[in-house]
Design a binder for this molecule. Structure first.
Ligand SMILES: *Cc1c(COP(=O)(O)O)cnc(C)c1O
Length: 400
C-alpha cells in the first residue's frame, strides 16, 4: 500500500524532497500514524509547525466553525479574524502592526521589501544592502535564497538578487567590518535552525541591536522557526533582551494551517501604503481563525512552561549521552529546539529511529535536530533517549 504511494509520488510530484518511505495519514497529540497503521512519536512536528501537537481540539473546532461560515475573502474588505490575530500579536510583542502572508519566505520577502521602501521614503534609495549570516536560512524565493547565507541553496539559480552580504554568525566585529554607506539592515535568526541549531553567543543579539542603533540600520529577526513558544518564550528575542525593528513568523503561527506574518514598529511599517505590497490569501478568515485558536492555546494551556521544563530535561538527558559517546560533539538548544552534533552523518540514525517508531530530523548532514510538539512529556523524551542510547551503543567500535 505504501509502495503504491511511493510509485505515484515519483510519477506525479517534482522530486524536490528526499522523502522517507512512509506516508503519514493521521495524528493525535505527539503521535502520528502511517498508512499501514504503524505509530510514531513525532519529534519533528512538521518542522516546528505543530507546536500544539496534532489534532488539537481548539484548532479543529476553529477551522470547522470558520469553514462553515467563510473560508476566504479578499483584502479589498475588512477581515475581523485578521484584525483580531494582529491585535493578539501586537499586544504580546514589540510590534505595532502586522502584514499577513502565507509562508516564512513570503514573510521575509515582505521584511526585505519594507526595509528598501522605508529607506526610499527617506530619500535614501542607495541604502539597500542587508547583512545576513553564514549558515542562515530565510526561505526559497529568489530574494530569500539570496538572504540565505549558504551556497548550496544558491547553486544554479544565479544571478541572485543584488544587495546582500554575508558575515559569520556570532561575530559582531565582522558585522562592523561589512558596513558600507549602502547598508540598511541586519537580518538574523535569533537561533539558527536549518543551519544546525546554533545559539547566539552571550550578548550577540544585544550587540547587533547596538550596531544597528549606532549606524541607523534596521534589525530584522527571522523568528519563522523560533517563534510561538518554541524556545520557551513566546518569541525567542525575549530570551536575549534584544528588540528587533521587524520580525517574521510563519511555521507554527496557524496551528498547522499555512500563514506567515511580518511584524514591525509603527514608524517603519508606515512605508507600506496601499498598493506597495499584497498577498491574495494573506490573512484570510480560515488561516487567521486557526491562528487565533493556536495563539490562545499556547498562552492559556501552560504549553510554554512545559516547553521550558521538558526542554531542560531533554538537554540534560542528551548531555548524559554525550558524556558516554565521544562521537557526540555537542548538545545545544533552547526550549524544545535542540541539536545533537555528531562527528559522522546522521541520516542513518534518523532512519533507524523511524523504524523504531520515532521521527527525528537531521540538518547540516551531522546535526540531529529535535523539534517535538511543545506538549511533549518527559516520558516520551526518556523513550527516545533509550532508543538513541541503543543505536549509539552499536556505533561504539568493538575492542578486539
Ligand atoms: C522554514 C524557515 C523559513 C522558510 O519558511 P517557508 O514557510 O518554508 O517559506 C524561513 N526562515 C526560517 C528561519 C525557517 O526556519
Amino acid at each position: 500500500m505504501t509502495k503504491d504511494f511511493i510509485v505515484l509520488t515519483d510519477r506525479y510530484i517534482a522530486a524536490t524532497y528526499a522523502r522517507y518511505p512512509i506516508a503519514l495519514v493521521r495524528g493525535e497529540g505527539c503521535m502520528v500514524w502511517d498508512s499501514e497503521g504503524k505509530k510514531y512519536c513525532d519529534f519533528v512536528s512538521g518542522l516546528a509547525v505543530n507546536n500544539l501537537g496534532h489534532s488539537h481540539p481548539r484548532i479543529i473546532e476553529a477551522i470547522r466553525r470558520q469553514a462553515g461560515e467563510l473560508i476566504h475573502v479578499s483584502n479589498l474588505y475588512h477581515i475581523p479574524q485578521q484584525t483580531e490575530l494582529a491585535r493578539m500579536l501586537v499586544e504580546n510583542s514589540f510590534a505595532d502592526k502586522v502584514f499577513f502572508c502565507n509562508s516564512g519566505a513570503e514573510a521575509n520577502e515582505a521584511a526585505i521589501k519594507l526595509t528598501r521602501r522605508y529607506y526610499n521614503d527617506r530619500g535614501k534609495g542607495d541604502r539597500y544592502e542587508i547583512i545576513t549570516m553564514t549558515n542562515s536560512f530565510h526561505g526559497r524565493t529568489m530574494a530569500t535564497i539570496t538572504a540565505t547565507g549558504q551556497e548550496k541553496f544558491h547553486k544554479g539559480f544565479e544571478p541572485l538578487v543584488p544587495g546582500f552580504k554575508y558575515v559569520p554568525f556570532n561575530d559582531l566585529s565582522a558585522v562592523e567590518a561589512a558596513l558600507t554607506k549602502n547598508t540598511c539592515a541586519v537580518m538574523v535568526e535569533p537561533i539558527q535552525g536549518e543551519g544546525g541549531v546554533n545559539l547566539p553567543a552571550e550578548g550577540y543579539l544585544k550587540g547587533l541591536r547596538e550596531i544597528c542603533d549606532a549606524h541607523n540600520l534596521l534589525l530584522i529577526f527571522d523568528e519563522v522557526q523560533t517563534g510561538i513558544g518554541r524556545t520557551g518564550e513566546l518569541f525567542a528575542y525575549e530570551n536575549y533582551g534584544a528588540i528587533p525593528d521587524i520580525m517574521t513568523l510563519a511555521k507554527s503561527l496557524g496551528g498547522g494551517v499555512a500563514i506567515g506574518a511580518m511584524l514591525a514598529k509603527g514608524n517603519i511599517i508606515k512605508s507600506f501604503i496601499p498598493g506597495t505590497h499584497a498577498a491574495t490569501f494573506g490573512g484570510n478568515p480560515l488561516a487567521c481563525s486557526a491562528g487565533i485558536a493556536a495563539l490562545k492555546a499556547i498562552m492559556e494551556e501552560g504549553i510554554i512552561s512545559n516547553c521550558k521544563q521538558v526542554g531542560a530535561y531533554f538537554i540534560k538527558r542528551l548531555t548524559g549521552l554525550k558524556e558516554r559517546y565521544p562521537f557526540i560533539l555537542d548538545i545545544r538548544g533552547k526550549g524544545l529546539m535542540i541539536g545533537l552534533e555528531l562527528d559522522f552523518p546522521g541520516k542513518d540514525i534518523t532512519i533507524t529511529c523511524m523504524e523504531k517508531g520515532f521521527l527525528i530530523n537531521c540538518t547540516m548532514e551531522n546535526v540531529l535536530r529535535f523539534l517535538p510538539p511543545l506538549i511533549i512529556g518527559e516520558r516520551e523524551v526518556d523513550q527516545l533517549i533509550d532508543i538513541l542510547d541503543e543505536i549509539f551503543r552499536g556505533k561504539v567500535p568493538k575492542v578486539s
